[in-house]
Ligand binder design. Structure first.
Ligand code: SAH
Length: 392
């Protein structure tokens, strides 16, 4: 099959040759007029010829998203192969656990497609005009491969806006989906609401980090601040934490955390505090009761423009948590802001430690879970920073 050609400007091909999947609008020299957003096209370069095949968008900052660097047809067979490859990797990562991020967009070389699997149920996000355009091919294919009982389409995802796609309430597009689905992961059992929950219902991206932190929680009193459905606290409780305090500013989230906590680790004392995490930390005496504090706030930096303000907010929050820990205590701290890279994150933590007047040992520096792979040549696919620090 022939595809229309998008011509890249001279000297702009290096990043794509290395394995990056995007060409930005200012890097495109020429494109046929009248192409629909998300149309399939070839990206070519005057010097080196064919670069890859993918989606073109005439009005998005990301003008081209590569699906393949081969001259292969983009059809059902192509997607079936990609979906099965993605599935095989997750099955290897989490054997016998049927809940994971099955497809993570660019990281699975499926730009703009996100699929989370909750056992027999799937939650799908179409985040690029190209994937939206192929909806009638993709949804039945996912259904064929996974044989789910139900599929939810999360058309409420904010990223859709950048591609000029409408936002709408989530809908069940196949089968039936109960109000709540119960999943069992390596470190906890959880109820997930696929239609009303945050994002697709559950944060799989922290699963490996919850496991990493849990190993330090035996016999200790833990604060799970910004808990949402309780992932960190529940993993800690299952690993033998003496006591866990869950905190979230959303009443719905806290109610969900409570419901989930009841499914797990009966012998751990659990309490639930509604309200602002910073205020909760403010009420603690220095060296106070928590031996482990987990901070997992929402993204403070929504765009590059907000970076400086966001870094200050992270610093303030982390300094507060650092100051309430006793010697030997642990801080597990996260940032899911794309724009805060590892270097910024580490610098922010150093400043926070100085502000708190404490010294720390860096126990672990981690990123998103392995079901959210990172492409070596595409830094944009990495967004989560997670550090475990110990007061020395
Ligand atoms: N730790 C969770 C994910 C956290 S998502 C997990 O492992 O699944 C971020 C959460 O922070 C959301 O549930 C949101 O309601 C909550 N939140 C936002 N601002 C907050 C604040 N100021 N204080 C406490 N919680 C807050």
């Amino acid at each position: 099959m022939e595809y229309p050609q998008i011509v890249l400007k001279p000297k702009e091909e290096g990043r794509l040759r290395e394995g990056h999947l995007w060409a930005f609008s200012n890097e495109v020299a020429q494109a046929p007029s009248g192409m629909a957003p998300g149309a399939l096209a070839d990206l070519v370069h005057s010097g080196s010829g064919f670069l890859g095949r993918g989606f073109y968008h005439p009005h998005s900052l990301i003008a081209f998203r590569m699906l393949t660097a081969q001259k292969e047809d983009i059809d059902e067979t192509f997607f079936e192969k990609r979906f099965c490859e993605a599935q095989a990797w997750r099955e290897m990562l989490y054997p016998n656990i049927r809940s994971y991020r099955w497809i993570f967009g660019e990281s699975d070389r499926l730009p703009g497609l996100v699929v989370d699997r909750y056992g027999d149920y799937l939650s799908v996000q179409l985040l690029s005009a190209g994937m939206e355009k192929l909806r009638a091919l993709i949804l039945p294919l996912i259904e064929k491969i996974a044989s789910p009982k139900g599929i939810v389409l999360r058309t409420d995802a904010g990223l859709r806006e950048l591609e000029g796609l409408p936002q709408a309430s989530p809908e069940v597009v196949f089968g039936q989906v109960p109000e709540e689905v119960e999943i069992e992961l390596e470190n906890g059992r959880y109820f997930v609401n696929l239609l009303k929950g945050q994002k697709t219902g559950f944060y799989f991206d922290q699963r490996d980090n919850r496991q990493a932190l849990a190993g330090f929680c035996r016999g200790r009193k833990v604060l799970d601040a910004f808990c949402y459905s309780g992932g960190f606290g529940i993993a800690a409780a299952r690993a033998g934490a003496r006591e866990v305090v869950f905190n979230d500013s959303s009443e719905d989230a806290l109610a969900l955390a409570q419901k989930n906590a009841e499914l797990n680790a009966a012998s751990t004392i659990k309490t639930f505090v509604h309200g602002d995490a910073l205020k909760l930390l403010d009420r603690q005496a220095p060296g106070g009761p928590y031996e482990v504090v987990s901070l997992d706030p929402p993204a403070f930096a929504r765009s590059k423009k907000h970076l400086a303000v966001a870094l200050k907010a992270y610093e303030k929050l982390n300094a507060k948590a650092m100051s309430v820990l006793p010697r030997g205590g642990l801080l597990a701290t996260s940032s899911c802001s794309h724009h805060v890279d590892r270097a910024f994150f580490m610098q922010m933590l150093r400043r926070a430690a100085r502000k708190a007047g404490r010294s720390f040992r860096l126990v672990e520096l981690r990123s998103q879970a392995k079901d959210h792979p990172i492409l070596l040549s595409m830094p944009e696919t990495e967004y989560l920073k997670f550090a475990i620090l110990q007061v020395v």
